[in-house]
Write a protein that binds this ligand. Structure first.
Ligand code: IMP
Length: 178
């Protein structure tokens, strides 16, 4: 695979489609094992998680529901530090086994601001599932129950993740090269 150019930056291949596929199947199996007999409600955080959420949901061999909400704290490659909710949560989470699907946890601010809102609605259980985790930069402590890959503090794109709108439709994950 070659490098790619998005806007003014160059990205190099980082995680292959095969590696992503294996991680998705492993996570689906872990979730099914932990929720045997239950009917979890997945809440996928748009936009970045749409591809991961779709593949993960397809890989699940159990009854489950999914809904989508939108939270954003990013502009370009730097966190703006504040969370904006632009599409609300319509589903009733009271008494449900809720699993949040994120594309990436960076500082952890997005989720740490959103979790109390959900906890307020008294789900039976609340777990986080993220494809990627930039562990070194996470300042808001969060327990990620289901994780694809721990990655260093370097901007990545592809598989739903964007750099100023571009790169979401790439089937692999690329890392900033310069
Ligand atoms: P946090 O609130 O700092 O954890 O940021 C989480 C959100 O920032 C993710 O859902 C992404 O939308 C975005 N983000 C963080 N790191 C990256 C990256 O390397 N590439 C693309 N988006 C990122």
């Amino acid at each position: 695979m070659d490098t790619i150019r998005l806007h003014d930056k160059t990205f190099k291949p980082y995680i292959t489609a095969e590696e992503i596929d294996l991680a998705v199947k492993r996570i689906a199996a872990e979730i099914a094992r932990d929720h045997a007999g239950a009917k979890p409600l997945f809440i996928a955080i748009l936009n970045g998680s749409f591809m991961f959420a779709s593949d993960l949901f397809k890989a699940l061999r159990m009854p489950a529901e999914i809904c989508f909400i939108k939270l954003a704290s990013y502009k370009g490659t730097k966190s703006t530090g504040h969370v904006i909710t632009s599409i609300g949560l319509d589903d009733d989470v009271f008494g449900r086994d809720v699993i949040i699907i994120e594309d990436i946890v960076d500082t952890g601010k997005t989720l740490s601001q959103f979790l109390p809102q959900l906890e307020h609605q008294q789900p039976k259980s609340l777990k986080i599932c993220s494809l990627l985790h930039k562990k070194e930069t996470t300042v808001y402590p969060l327990e990620i129950s289901y994780l694809g890959f721990t990655i260093p503090d370097r901007f990545v794109v592809g598989y739903g993740l964007d750099y100023d709108g571009l790169g979401r439709n790439i089937g692999e994950i690329y890392q900033l090269a310069d």
